[in-house]
Design a binder for this molecule. Structure first.
Ligand SMILES: Cc1ncc(COP(=O)(O)O)c(CNNC(=O)CNC(=O)c2ccccc2[N+](=O)[O-])c1O
Length: 386
């Protein structure tokens, strides 16, 4: 079965849909049983799609979990109220006081804050590593290192990691590998197929695709799925049936949306490459992006997210550019149908290993608007960037 057909067919067992196309929206806290035998059956199967209690999930959640599991070629899928929760709960499911964590230096900023402000207080130490370190990660492994966390491409600066090299070393030292796959979204990149143990996504982005649900997902291989499932449950993680329904609804059109995001973003990226104020573009599909060779080798496509670095500029110029945009709205997210923009005058405060030499960096999410309107919008806003 081709992957498009698989995505459309997944999560549609009749026990979820009850005879219609989409799953029922089964809202629940309490599940009730007619007999002691039935209750015992539910207790026995509570981790395996048997209706037991709201926090374990209902048919709506099971439908989404099946679809995400199949998308990512995983043994199981846990659902969380946000991407940040998926990250924190995956880490807390496997780390304990005294452990050491290797965290990529280009991690999403709140992930860094989690390490520095929460995990440290729990006695878990973190070393940030250069995203391009590859097999050199070996030098940073300590006797108490337990988890190697990747995010590829990296947030804002977009470096694509050499995942197979990192995973090979991690396996030599029996480290658990986790990868924030929000960019690769399971369609263009499947971390477990590259040896990663746990793949995490902010479903908030492309899976939901309409900027109207907060959700995180984490999938695991056979070896780690039981622990991730049980520890996420004990940590109290769950999502609403309504949000699970909307996420599954978004998933069905993700490939066709991604194709349009990718096509338009590449057109905008190539246009920006020619702009006199732009130093370089950091789009994984372009040779100017660090790790482009890994993207070409490991990914099957890109999407609407990329950044570009200006030759020079100060906060005043950045603010004038941002305020001058009409279609690109400032917003702390991406992956919806709308175009968004964020800007950082410098990345120095957000990087501990890779010194940031370049100028201001602007991140775009290219939405489904007409790409000519988006280019015109950028062109006129760059004219007032001074
Ligand atoms: C790669 C990746 N991984 C996880 C998450 C978190 O997902 P969530 O938003 O569903 O919790 C995200 C969320 N993405 N949001 C953004 O990129 C926008 N920026 C922020 O969210 C941000 C950045 C710096 C400081 C604080 C924030 N913030 O709004 O929380 C992500 O990009």
């Amino acid at each position: 079965m081709k992957k498009n057909t698989k995505l459309i067919s997944s999560g549609r067992k009749s026990q979820y849909t009850h005879g219609v196309v989409n799953p029922v929206v089964q809202r629940a806290s309490t599940v009730v049983f007619d007999s002691v035998a039935e209750l015992h059956e539910a207790v026995k199967g509570r981790g395996n799609r048997t209706l037991f209690y709201g926090r374990r999930g209902t048919q709506t959640h099971y439908a989404l979990q099946d679809a995400i599991m199949e998308l990512e070629n995983a043994a199981g899928c846990a659902l969380y109220p946000s991407g940040a929760a998926a990250i924190s709960q995956s880490l807390l499911s496997f780390l304990k006081s005294g452990d050491h964590l290797l965290m990529v230096d280009t991690a999403y900023e709140p992930t860094r804050d989690l390490c520095d402000k929460i995990l440290l207080g729990l006695g878990i130490t973190t070393t940030y590593y250069d995203p391009m370190i590859g097999a050199g990660i070996k030098a940073l492994i300590q006797p108490n290192t337990r988890v190697l966390f990747l995010e590829s491409p990296g947030s804002i600066t977009m470096e694509v990691q050499d995942v197979p090299s990192l995973v090979a070393v991690a396996k030599q030292y029996d480290l658990i590998t986790m990868l924030d796959n929000t960019y690769g979204n399971g369609w263009h990149y499947k971390p477990l197929d590259h040896g990663v143990d746990i793949s995490i996504q902010a479903a908030t982005k492309y899976i939901v695709g309409h900027s109207d649900v907060m959700m995180g997902v984490a999938v695991a291989n056979e070896a780690l799925w039981p622990t991730l499932r049980e520890h996420s449950y004990l940590l109290g993680q769950c999502t609403s049936a309504d949000d699970a329904y909307l996420a599954l609804r978004g998933l069905r059109t993700m490939p066709v949306r991604l194709a349009q995001h990718e096509k338009a973003a590449l057109k905008v990226a190539h246009w920006l490459e020619t702009h006199p104020l732009v130093d370089h573009v950091r789009h994984p599909a372009l040779p100017s992006c660090p790790g482009h060779e890994h993207f070409i080798r490991d990914f099957t496509g890109s999407n609407g997210l990329f950044s570009f670095v200006m030759k020079q500029g100060n906060q005043k110029a950045i603010n004038a550019f941002l305020d001058g945009l009409q279609h690109f709205k400032m917003g702390f997210s991406w992956g919806g149908y709308e175009s968004l923009v964020t800007a950082n005058k410098s990345m120095a405060a957000l990087r501990t290993t890779t010194g940031w030499q370049d100028g201001p960096i602007i991140r775009l999410h290219i939405g489904l608007e007409d790409v000519e309107d988006l280019i015109t919008d950028l062109q006129q806003a760059l004219e007032i960037y001074e």
